[in-house]
Design a protein around this ligand. Structure first.
Ligand code: ADP
Ligand code: MG
Length: 614
């Protein structure tokens, strides 16, 4: 049933719930939405800025303040004010130990291995802290729309791994948001510029993203509505903060007294830092900066000579990214500017010069990712037809069967929601437990695919091998959540698990898995055929052993010997890796045993009948 709600502000009937787009940034976060095809960014109450500094402050009584107000406490309460949590998402303590000393707050190594942040006596996970930022954004947009918002698309850097994506998803959940998609920031930026529609020609895009403390360059291939990340590169410790520092250092070398005060007085240092940022921003649109009291000055020329080397470093990363993608600058159709620091004219000039074309910066570089997220959200809401909605499962989902084979249950490119099942049985007499291991990928052997989880169907009543009928059923819902149920049909014994991590995979990784499967298709098929022959050989040998014992009385010694010899031969060739030999040996055994089996059956029927008293 469709939900209908009335927007109290406009009086309009909204038939569809708005799904919001969120750019959860290292320095700043934003929330945006699309209304009637038009994206808009939600600003603060004053209407001045849409940027919410990604900063969380905990007061002495653990009241939580987020955003601009929290930023102001950075100077007065550095140890209770947390910034750059995005750097800690999905990270273990060892992952971050090399930059721990750069943070003004305390991080803790706990037994669960994931990093925690200590504020006073309380510990916070990066997930919980990110959730605070998301809650703030949720509240902001709910205030603006005057209605509840529960669904969102959140962006992450293209290089974010499974754990980092899952952590972001979890943060959304804690904030009361159902995260329908996690999408890559460069993909969002391309969407904002309208690239990659279903009918457009294939194009190659470079997304240059210089934020507050991080630099990312991504090369994307856009084809038939699919956004493929060809390569990413960057520096997780290079950004606008370095520009600020360059200005501070410049002022400090000119004024030794100031240099000393910066070192001795934290809040003075922070105040100078804010002046430096102000100067930097001013120099994005004028040739000269003078502070209000006239004490600090810098010209655009001077500033540009200070940051030249930093910008050059980003350019060399662009060279590496192109090389990894196997491309040259002439292969790039469009270059997009993302991140507040690309407002710096020198950055635009140098990037434009490197790629040999004018860069795109018409959309505010610090808003473009959030706008793209909102557009993706609108596509998901079913409001946009120009884009192909990737509502298919990108990789096959299946379980491990005997010999480590992948048995796909839901095939790649199946529409979601989707469900499918298959029957299995046990391979050993009296088998009580069956392990169900769930994998994702296209390779024939599970060891080359990605494990999503496993569980055990236990307490299967004792039965001979092959008798239990175990139905493994997969249900993949529209949000990509997979439910796997295993049920022993004869006893009704049943176990179910829910697996959510399948979207934790980056497009890049997904592409690699697909390419791998194609490259290895032939050898995989051979291995698969061999393993299947071995599995079959195994069960035939077991059946033949059983047959010998159960029918000893009707078999001659010669027959027994011959059968044992053939079974032994099969047993030994199935240890080696020659599929044809296994099949031949299997045929020999089958051919010899078939008439014996028939005789045994007749005998058993007769015996059963004669035993009957009429
Ligand atoms: P992130 O993606 O890391 O959250 P943003 O894209 O919001 O960061 O970029 C923040 C950076 O952009 C800060 O270093 C800020 O000083 C810088 N910045 C913002 N406006 C300007 C401007 N007009 N000129 C130069 N740099 C700017
Ligand atoms: Mg950003």
């Amino acid at each position: 049933m469709a939900k209908i709600s009335i927007n109290m502000k406009t009086g309009e009937v909204d038939e569809k719930e708005i799904i919001v787009g969120i750019d959860l940034g290292t320095t700043n976060s934003l929330v945006a939405y699309v209304h009637k095809g038009k994206p808009s960014i939600v600003k603060d109450n004053s209407g001045k800025t849409a940027l919410v500094p990604s900063i969380i402050h905990f007061s002495e009584d653990n009241d939580i303040v987020v955003g601009e107000t929290a930023k102001q406490r950075l100077v007065s309460h550095p140890e209770r004010t947390i910034y750059s949590v995005k750097r800690l998402m999905g990270k273990s303590h060892t992952d971050v130990s090399n930059y721990e000393n750069l943070l003004s707050y305390e991080i803790i190594d706990e037994e669960d291995k994931l990093v925690k942040i200590k504020v006073g006596d309380t510990f916070h996970t990066p997930i919980n802290l990110s959730a605070e930022i998301l809650k703030y954004l949720k509240k902001r947009i709910e205030g603006h729309l005057e209605k509840k918002v529960t669904k969102a698309v959140i962006t992450v850097p293209a290089y974010f791994n499974d754990a980092q994506r899952q952590a972001t998803r979890d943060a959304g959940k804690i904030a009361g948001l159902d995260v329908l998609r996690i999408i890559n920031e460069p993909t969002a930026a391309s969407l904002a510029y309208g690239y990659g529609t279903k009918d457009s020609e294939p194009e190659t895009i470079a997304v240059y993203d210089l934020g507050g403390g991080t630099f990312d360059i991504s090369i994307l291939k856009l084809e038939h509505g699919v956004f493929d990340v060809l390569s990413t590169n960057g520096d997780t410790f290079l950004g606008g903060d370095d520009f600020d520092r360059a200005i501070i250092d410049y002022w400090a070398t000119q004024n030794s007294e100031m240099a000393q005060s910066i070192n001795e007085d934290k809040s003075y240092g922070q105040a100078i830092r804010l002046r430096a940022e102000e100067a930097k921003k001013a120099l994005s649109s004028s040739d000269q900066y003078t502070s209000e009291d006239g004490s600090l000055t810098i010209t655009k020329k001077q500033y540009e000579s200070l940051i030249l080397e930093i910008v050059e470093r980003t350019i060399s990363k662009c060279t590496e990214a192109l090389k990894d993608a196997g491309l040259t600058t002439t292969d790039i159709d469009n270059v997009i500017m993302v991140g507040g620091s690309t407002r710096t004219p020198l950055v635009k000039e140098m990037v434009g010069a490197f790629f040999g074309r004018k860069v795109h910066d018409d959309i505010n570089p610090d808003e473009v990712v959030a706008i793209g997220a909102a557009i993706q959200a609108d596509i998901l809401a079913g409001n946009s037809e120009g884009y192909l909605l990737l509502d298919v499962t990108p990789l096959s989902l299946g379980i491990e069967t005997m010999g480590g084979l992948m048995d796909p249950i839901i095939q790649r490119n199946s529409k979601v929601p989707s469900s499918a099942g298959r029957s299995y049985t046990t391979s050993v007499d009296g088998q009580k437990n069956l392990k169900v291991s769930v994998f994702q990928g296209e390779r024939e052997l599970v060891q080359h695919n990605r494990k999503l989880g496993e569980f055990i169907l236990s307490d299967i009543p004792p039965m001979a091998a092959g008798i239990p009928k175990i139905l493994v059923h997969f249900v993949l819902d529209a949000d990509g959540i997979l439910k796997v149920r295993a049920k022993e049909e004869r006893s009704g014994k049943e176990t179910e698990v829910t697996i959510t991590s399948q979207y934790g995979i980056s497009e890049e990784e997904m592409g690699r898995m697909l390419i791998d499967s194609m490259k290895n298709a032939e050898s995989d098929m051979k291995i698969k055929a061999l393993l299947e022959a071995k599995n079959e050989a195994n069960s035939i040998v077991l059946a033949s052993d059983k047959f010998l014992i159960q029918n000893a009385e009707i078999l001659s010694d010669e027959e027994k010997e011959k059968l044992t010899a053939l079974a032994n031969d099969l047993r030994s060739v199935s240890q080696a890796d020659d599929k044809d030999k296994i099949n031949l040996s299997m045929k020999n055994l089958n051919d010899y045993s078939a008439p014996l089996a028939e005789r045994a059956m007749n005998y058993n029927i007769k015996k059963a009948l004669s035993g009957k008293t009429v």
